[in-house]
Design a protein around this ligand. Structure first.
Ligand code: SF4
Length: 301
């Protein structure tokens, strides 16, 4: 978004990496990175801003232009998995529904018999509901979030991150005590947070903790505005799934497959399936990046 003295300009990058939506509130145009913001102020959703599109709003109204042709469409998969709110839609796909499908798909790919399913709040609750629906194992609120602290993996130091996890979550003893628990989370970045949460459940009396993750292993940094750690600090870049399982003290661990994720995000809509960035999982970045062995499939010269 660019605001000048007499114009408002909305532009979306040629790959559509980040969502941007347009709405109307009476005569006014509203732009927001997430559609849930429109609901908040009572605005009507009009459409997503398209990759390479430039919308200029001035005293004569709205002008629809292009500053670039659409390159390979590559919506950030992590928006669907973690970043965006469940009450938002991206390209017509509701986030809660796609996360539920991720949980269902996880259950199909890696069923484990357990007493309860719980999701790490907030982003994994939808997926935990999906896992529970698919398996018939009851969904329970085994973990509670303290809503007044920030996201953990972007805290600047290890000490702050560990303190952050402690302050951020509590296990509900009466719910998890003596139970075999399936714990659904969206990703494992350094492993610190996952270890702490698994231990919270164990300290509260869980007999077994089986971790299921709604993304493939997070192995590579993001070059598109998400403050991820260097490759060396990403636990999946140097450890096998079994080694990660041991590091986070889980009884079992499974990461959703890439095809499973793509299908869960897309639902029955074929188009979006061809248009995701998954660079942090598979190095298939949509643009050239300063990463010696990254696979580049941007389609540009
Ligand atoms: S590299 Fe990962 S976090 Fe970054 S835009 Fe791509 S999918 Fe999203």
């Amino acid at each position: 978004m660019i605001l000048t003295k007499d114009r408002l300009i909305a532009a979306c990058d040629p790959h559509g990496l980040r969502p941007l939506v347009m709405g109307r509130l009476g005569e006014a145009y509203i732009f927001a990175s997430e559609s849930c913001a429109l609901e908040t102020i009572g605005a009507q959703y009009v459409r997503d801003v398209q990759p390479g599109e430039l919308l200029v709003l001035d005293q004569n109204g709205l002008h629809e232009e292009r500053f670039a042709q659409m390159e390979r469409r590559a919506v950030c998969a992590m928006e669907y998995i973690y970043f965006a709110r469940p009450d938002s839609d991206i390209n017509g796909i509701n986030l809660h529904s796609s996360r539920k499908r991720m949980g269902q798909r996880l259950a199909q790919e890696s069923f484990i018999d357990a007493d309860i399913v719980t999701g790490v709040p907030d982003s994994s609750i939808s997926a935990a509901i999906g896992y529970a629906e698919q398996t018939g194992i009851p969904y329970e609120l085994g973990l509670i979030k303290n809503k007044y602290t920030g996201r953990t993996f972007i805290q600047p130091s290890q000490e702050l991150r560990e303190k952050g996890v402690k302050m951020k979550l509590s296990a509900v003893r009466k719910v998890v005590e003596g139970k075999k628990v399936v714990m659904i989370d969206d990703s494992i970045v350094r492993g610190t947070t996952s270890l702490r949460i698994v231990n919270l459940l164990r300290e509260a009396g869980a007999l077994e903790v089986h971790v299921r993750i709604t993304s493939p292993p997070f192995m590579n940094p993001c070059y598109y505005g998400i403050d991820t750690p260097n490759t060396d600090d990403l636990i999946a870049s140097s450890k096998t799934v079994e080694q990660i399982r041991q590091a986070i003290n889980a009884d079992s661990l499974y990461f959703l497959s890439k095809p499973g994720l793509v299908e869960a995000i897309g639902g029955h809509d074929g188009e979006i399936n061809r248009g995701l960035c998954m660079g942090c999982f598979d190095r298939d970045y949509p643009t050239p990046v300063d990463f010696p062995d990254a696979k580049i499939t941007c389609g540009c010269d």
